[in-house]
Write a protein that binds this ligand. Structure first.
Ligand code: KG4
Ligand code: ZN
Length: 366
């Protein structure tokens, strides 16, 4: 199934075409970073309008460059910014309906989870073994998942800020451009980390959940106390570089801390990391070291596929199609909740929940 993938959940308009083996035939992305930069973050309405402008142009280019016409359309339907998602979903649904090809709504996080299995050098997608232990760390999410043949379960998550959001917020106070993660990464490479500057949070409920708000506030306090506020990458000096190295190390340490226990408990055959923060140099290095120490292979996405892209959405759509999923382009909807269920699943989830609680299930099928 040659697959057209469309991703518009946030501030990148991305379009890709994959052949039936998951080989990337075409991938192009129109970034809105410069449009949003003056605001220091993504402005949802502006994002929607930019998607509206870029999407038809990118899809036309994709159709001209791909090896043939797509037989399946896969689009991110959540979670994300509602207006931005709507542009992609309606466009994709109309495209699939108009051409009479199959249509699949994809969970953005499923996309991130399959990104390590894609190849940017023209190779086919690698088949995923089971079970896989995977970290997804981006601007909106930070969680560990266990993925098997039946799907994914979340093992732990952040209770407050996402890891990428934490990098972005501290970077902003330091005067780095949005998104701040790459700038923090560059500074940290030139700095020396202190292991004692930032304390690790202790959640009292026995879960492995993360909390990044403490390290974020402490880092912002340090930036201000050291007179580094607003100085930007070139003027923060060695003090700023050392501070960012300590801050980055505290975030990465927290992200990787549950890995040994999850490996012991679930015996994965593979550990992956994905999402924008999986581009972080220290995280990649430390996760490789964790894999070596625990004797489990680590698979990381190519740097070009860590942030939001449409190849991962097309691949997640192909895998869902292989499992028998088909969505109706005339009945698609989107929502921007953290927990997103494909169309048709929502009613089933409500019924299951009602059964578990012993109450009356809502009538009818979705
Ligand atoms: O996956 P993504 O493109 O978008 C979301 O789904 O959120 O992730 C973007 C996030 C931003 O917060 C950005 O600062 C972060 O990924 N990021 C990084 C690096 N590159 C991007 N964080 C740390 N180090 C990096 N090298
Ligand atoms: Zn993402």
């Amino acid at each position: 199934m040659r697959t057209l993938g469309i991703e518009t959940s946030c501030d990148e308009t991305a379009v890709a075409v994959l052949d039936g083996d998951g080989r990337i035939e075409f991938a192009l992305l129109s970034s809105q970073v410069e449009t949003h930069a003056p605001f220091g973050g993504v402005v949802p309405e502006v994002a929607s309008r930019e998607h509206l402008k870029a999407l038809p142009v990118l899809v036309d280019r994709a159709l001209q460059s791909a090896g043939g016409p797509p037989e399946l359309v896969a689009v991110t339907a959540g979670p994300g910014l509602v207006g931005a998602l709507l542009v992609g979903v309606r466009y994709a649904a109309a495209f699939a309906w108009g051409r009479g090809v199959d249509f699949i709504a994809v969970d953005h996080l499923d996309g991130h989870r399959v990104s390590p299995f894609l190849d940017l050098d023209g190779g086919p997608a690698r088949d995923a073994p089971a079970p896989v232990l995977g970290l997804v760390a981006s601007g909106g999410h930070s969680a560990w998942y266990l993925t098997g043949a039946e799907g994914s379960i979340r093992l732990c998550r952040t209770r407050d800020d996402a890891a990428g959001e934490t990098f972005d917020k501290v970077a902003k106070v330091l005067g780095l451009p949005y998104p701040g993660g790459p700038g923090v990464d560059r500074l940290a490479r030139l700095g020396r980390a202190s292991g004692t500057l930032f304390r690790q949070p202790r959640l009292k409920d026995g879960t492995h959940d993360f909390s990044f708000s403490g390290v974020k506030s402490a880092a912002i306090r340090e930036v201000r106390a050291r007179g580094l506020e607003g100085l930007g990458e070139d003027r923060v000096g060695q003090g700023g570089r050392d501070l960012m190295a300590s801050f980055e190390a505290a975030v990465v340490r927290q992200l990787l801390k549950p890995a040994p226990e999850f490996v012991g408990e679930h015996r994965p055959v593979l550990i992956t990391a994905s999402g924008g923060v999986a581009a972080n140099t220290l995280l990649r290095r430390e996760l490789e070291a964790v894999g070596v120490a625990l004797g489990v292979e680590v698979l990381l996405p190519p740097l070009g596929l860590t942030t939001d892209n449409a190849a991962m959405i097309a691949r997640a759509g192909q895998l869902a199609w292989r499992r028998g999923r088909r969505d109706d382009p005339c009945r698609m909807d989107v929502n921007a909740r953290e927990v997103w269920h494909p169309p048709g699943m929502r009613r089933q989830m409500e019924r299951r929940r009602a059964r578990e609680q012993g109450s009356i299930a809502p009538p009818g099928e979705c």
